[in-house]
Design a protein around this ligand. Structure first.
Ligand SMILES: C[S@@+](CC[C@H](N)C(=O)[O-])C[C@H]1O[C@@H](n2cnc3c(N)ncnc32)[C@H](O)[C@@H]1O
Length: 221
């Protein structure tokens, strides 16, 4: 079967944005050490950040950002699962949804949950999350390179599923538009604060849109 691109795939052949990467699998195991925990994880070609933990993801996981201890929490765009694994370790009482369009990423993430004995991770394609699930925490290193229209749709879809007291934390590179994304989220009704900044990365804390706000109508900038 040929690889099926998701909308707005960039023209530079970044195959980890495809649902089914065609590049030959070539897995590499990496050790991830954080201040409070450590795990090993398999990474692969065709999936974001093969062979290392991405610098932005590292920044997010080393920052003390809020994480609910219970309920449903989300790693939006989980890749091989580093964020989901850390969430599951830190909040064993929560159900961690690891969401990705990329089938190879989902398979890796399932294997990584198993190899680290984390049974509170649910790996899913976007369509597999039941409509009534709401998230107390969302963490994401979002797929900026899918382009603004697709990214905005993706974010509004999942931010719209935060609980009333939930928070999302996004890590975004400044040169990939972190500041304009922050302004856009604000204008879409999601109050957004920059809570940290380091080495060209921003951490954005995003609140749920107030009930009755016109989420989704913000202009592209
Ligand atoms: C920047 S990578 C981050 C991967 C991983 N969380 C990490 O930190 O290494 C973004 C991920 O979003 C996924 N993605 C792209 N479009 C998506 C969509 N519409 N829904 C869910 N995931 C998507 C990509 O496949 C990719 O794995």
């Amino acid at each position: 079967m040929s690889a099926k691109p998701i909308p707005h795939v960039p023209p530079d052949g970044e195959s980890h944005y495809f649902e089914d990467p065609t590049v030959r699998s070539d897995p590499v195991v990496v050790d991830v050490t954080l201040p409070d925990t450590a795990f090993t994880m398999e990474t692969d070609t065709g999936v974001f950040s093969r062979g290392h933990l991405d610098a932005g993801t590292t920044f997010l996981l080393r920052s003390e950002v809020p994480l609910a201890s219970r309920g449903d929490v989300l790693d939006l765009g989980a890749g091989s699962g580093a964020i989901a694994l850390a969430m599951a370790r830190r909040s064993p009482g929560a159900t961690v949804w690891a969401l990705d369009v990329n089938r190879r990423a989902r398979e890796l993430c399932r294997r990584n949950a198993a190899r680290n004995h984390l049974d509170n991770i649910r790996v899913a394609a976007p369509a597999d999350v039941p409509d009534d699930v709401r998230f107390t925490t969302i963490w994401s290193n979002p797929p900026i390179r899918i382009g603004k229209p697709a990214l905005h749709t993706l974010l509004l879809t999942w931010l719209g599923r935060l609980t009333d007291d939930g928070t999302a934390t996004l890590v975004v590179q400044k040169h990939l538009g972190a500041d304009s994304l922050q302004r856009w989220l604000d204008s879409a009704g999601h109050h957004t604060d920059r809570i940290a900044s380091k080495s060209g990365f921003r951490l954005l804390a995003v609140m749920p849109a107030p009930i009755g706000s016109t989420t989704g109508s913000a202009p592209d900038d």
